[in-house]
Design a protein around this ligand. Structure first.
Ligand code: F6P
Length: 367
């Protein structure tokens, strides 16, 4: 038995833990593992892969990124923008299938986010036996309570807020911190709570500047020397739209980003305190995985090989109720998992006075 493994889409801490677990589990079964480079691109001419064994994958679990390389561009893009599906051209799928056949590969482990898992599904439907491993810092894949990389990203946000608190307090400033997360607010919510944010703006709860400013005023009037606003890159004002920038390398395509600058400007216009922005960007994706992500990645890697052993192709491993299980890939990629505005976490955050910019805030104006 010989299997292939690849990492696709944006990188994320914990990918190497999955690769290592796939190799170790396969080696216990006496299987060979080929690691394809730069995501699915490694399956196309010039075909590019490394034969992986226990020795080659020793000492990689704690490393961020992916030893195999990855891409969220290229010829296999199966989802565009806000989740619209795209059909991968038949000739591309055929070339990938030819590579798999020529190399005598019996199955592929595809580690990726919802776009890359949609690609895995298309390959599977085209006759390439494939299983999926959900990967994203955004935590927006349905049918899994968590994906590895998320905890590391939230840790980065929390640690950054720890630092920003001290400088903001020294200067009596309002600090607006932009997180990643695409169209889901998980990173902003979890990272923001862990880092002691006062105001959290997420895509699932459109906000009003009027209410955000009231929340800032209330805190500063109460004598605090700083206010921490965390804003997800996909957050938008009630009467606004997503803030994007043009991606010069991808003609016509847009990339989320820039909302922090807009929020800082709007707050700054309305309050006497200096308001500054900080965009955490790829710091959230880089660096070492937390122990939680190492463990989740390891458990996913073992489970992916087990799916192949059971012949459960077209399935993705998932984490639910402290158990690793599996679901069919279409079940997971049908729709994004987003924060529920009425959910327990949002409600409990509101109970301790965190503002999401969606309700008026009563405060004592300065006399
Ligand atoms: O999906 C992961 C993610 O980091 C998003 O949070 C973010 O919008 C996007 O990828 C950034 O991608 P890129 O690396 O292409 O800038």
């Amino acid at each position: 038995m010989r299997i292939g493994v690849l990492t696709s889409g944006g990188d994320c801490p914990g990918l190497n833990a999955v690769i290592r677990a796939v190799v170790r589990t396969s080696s216990e079964l006496g299987w060979e593992v080929y690691g394809f480079h730069d995501g699915y691109e490694g399956l196309l001419e010039p075909v590019s892969f490394t034969v992986l064994d226990r020795r080659r994958t020793s000492g990689i679990m704690q490393l961020g990124g992916t030893i195999l390389g990855t891409t969220n561009r290229g010829r296999f893009v199966a989802k565009i923008g806000h989740g619209d599906k795209a059909q991968i051209p038949q000739e591309i799928l055929q070339q990938a299938k030819d590579t798999v056949t020529a190399l005598g590969i019996n199955a592929l482990v595809c580690i990726g986010g919802d776009g890359s898992l949609t690609t895995a599904q298309q390959l599977y439907e085209f006759g390439v036996p494939s299983v999926g491993v959900p990967k994203t810092i955004d935590n927006d894949i349905s049918a899994t309570a968590m994906s590895f990389g998320f905890d590391s990203a939230c840790t980065c946000v929390a640690e950054s807020l720890d630092k920003l608190h001290t400088t903001a307090r020294s200067h009596r400033r309002v600090m607006v911190v932009e997180t990643m997360g695409r169209y889901a607010g998980w990173i902003a919510l979890h990272g923001g709570i862990a880092g002691g944010a006062d105001i959290i703006l997420i895509p699932e709860i459109p906000f009003r500047y009027e209410y955000v400013v009231q929340a800032v005023q209330k805190r500063m009037m109460a004598g605090y020397r700083s206010t921490m606003v965390v804003v997800a890159e996909g957050a938008k004002a009630e009467d606004g739209d997503y803030v994007t920038t043009k991606d010069a390398k991808r003609i016509g395509e847009k990339r989320l980003g820039g909302i922090a600058s807009q929020v800082a400007e709007e707050i700054g216009k309305r309050v006497p305190w200096e308001t500054r922005e900080c965009v955490l960007a790829h710091l959230q994706r880089g660096g070492d995985p937390t122990s939680l992500d190492r463990i989740l990645g390891t458990r996913f890697g073992v489970a992916a090989v087990d799916l192949i052993r059971q012949g459960k192709f077209g399935h993705m491993v998932s984490y639910m109720n402290d158990q690793i299980g599996s679901v069919s890939i279409p079940e997971a990629v049908g729709q994004l998992k987003r924060v529920s505005p009425d959910g327990q976490f949002i409600q409990s955050s509101k109970m301790m006075g965190i503002s999401f910019g969606d309700t008026p805030v009563v405060y004592e104006p300065a006399s």
